[in-house]
Design a protein around this ligand. Sequence first.
Ligand code: AMP
Length: 600
Amino acid sequence: MTNRSRTGIVSVTMIEKMEVELLDVDKLIEEFESVTKNAENVQRDTLKKILEENGCAEYLQNLGLNGRTDPESFKACVPLVTHNDLEPYIQRIVDGSSSPILTGKPITTISLSSGTTQGKPKFVPFNDELMETTLQIYRTSYAFREREFPIENGKALQFIYSSKQSHTKGGLIAGTATTNVFRNSQFKNAMKAMQSQCCSPDEVIFGPDFHQSLYCHLLCGLIFREEVQFVSSTFSHSIVHAFRTFEQVWEELCADIRGGVLTSRITYPSVRSAMAKLLKPNPELADLIHQKCSGLNNWYGLIPALFPNAKYIYGIMTGSMEPYLKKLRHYAGGLPLLSSDYGSSEGWIGANVNPKVPPESATYVVLPDIGYFEFIPLKENVEEHVQDKVSNSFLSKEPKPVGLTEVKVGEEYEIIITSFGGLYRYRLGDVVKVTGFHNSSPELKFVCRRNLMLTINIDKNTEKDLQLAVEAASKLNAEEKLEVLDFSSHVDLSTDPGHYVIFWEINGEVGDEVLKECCNCLDRSFVDAGYVSSRKVNAIGPLELRVVRKGTFQNILDHYIGLGAALSQFKTPRCVGPRNSEVLRILCDNVVKSYLSTAF
Ligand code: AMP
């Protein structure tokens, strides 16, 4: 039982085995209010700090800033860049050059972005400053969560996985961003201070095989079921994935608990011995779980049934995670779903400070002291956008970004980051919409990845458009109990004219008639004027719905894990192009049925 003082700090002696003090929630909120009230000045100061710390870096030296740190000089001297532009610099760092290239202090760690949206993982510098901003954003959103949904000192069932950290040929440590964070010495204490200690031992989090780690996470959750205060993962896909797996293995889990012996399919000795310390024969618990599971209707409310003291479910639930919300709500029963924060391997951007808002409406307030942010207005750049789309290089012209406090409510922007990690005016590739201001800092809604697009000629459909189309089509057959487990898309130019292909993995037996209607509905649901007019004159051919075999998207996930991605950061690629030929092959090899639209 926690014994919280008025300030929210709990002393060391008050909690069993807790060596760190809990965070002072009120103070954290006060600090956040103060920086967001003063966002413009804080941005100036943050830029100054970034440029002072890194002014000696070769990249900045070559741009002629000559020690100036004001935003005007910065924008005049430093160009907007993409990852491609920085690759030669990053490659030299990866290869072990110890001179200051992008940052003043040498970079010792490299993050691998998930690469699930781009086709291949990108290398991004990681340093102590980025770690600190990570913890800062975690603390901020924790404070707001704690105010709305206070938790007792307890444990969290966290589906977190660390991919292997390797060494680059230049001797730097390389891992996914989440791996670099989880392995950082500060991470564990920070989690304790936020009452978010993972109930699984490190050997499970850092286990070499994520299937085995997942099984053990579930088992640990069940062992500590009374103590679990919330269920989380970095991206909510991992939570849905975990409970879908639970449906398959729950009886095996019960058997392990009953006998106190871990199933033989967990083969890694380090994982086995760590689990042996936790697993004791407990037939009562096994019976209870068995009874809880047997009493559920199609697994509705599974999470609160298993974890009676869980207060909420937590993870990034917006953007490409939205399609999993329906299933997550099903497992969650009445438990609230809280979307976590907004960021990337390149750096954090905003915190969700309104955790009570449902994920579909979640917004992120930019923290003005974790980076310097600029925004390219998409409305003003529409012409450029269309022209570039035709020339197929949407990044060709120099657009005119605005500052953090200059954005307008209701407008969409592409976000640009200048970080403490050596990225200056870096085009992240995300599109956000400004929905309001928290004090003077904008609240952003994530819209989509800018370059993920279905396009053949003058049509332009983003992953959000695709998601809406899939949502509309899958509603058609709710009575048929059809569930779209996952989906992706592809522009097929091998036909003349080219056409959109949507891949669905579905659950349940669904008749051809229904799927034909789904296919028509998908075709009709892309309401972009370019698409509709092209379809009408057959400049784009009929949309094709291809149903893939059960397990196909698991194969795609395995493919990425094989490339070094971590399950924690996995995002299903929603639009598969030539750069993703292996994923396209997996999808095409597993097609069991296909339908052509007759909607136009
Ligand atoms: P990664 O490549 O693994 O570093 O993933 C970073 C990307 O994930 C971002 O650029 C976004 O596209 C997406 N992302 C991160 N946080 C969120 C969020 N809260 N909502 C929607 N998408 C997000």
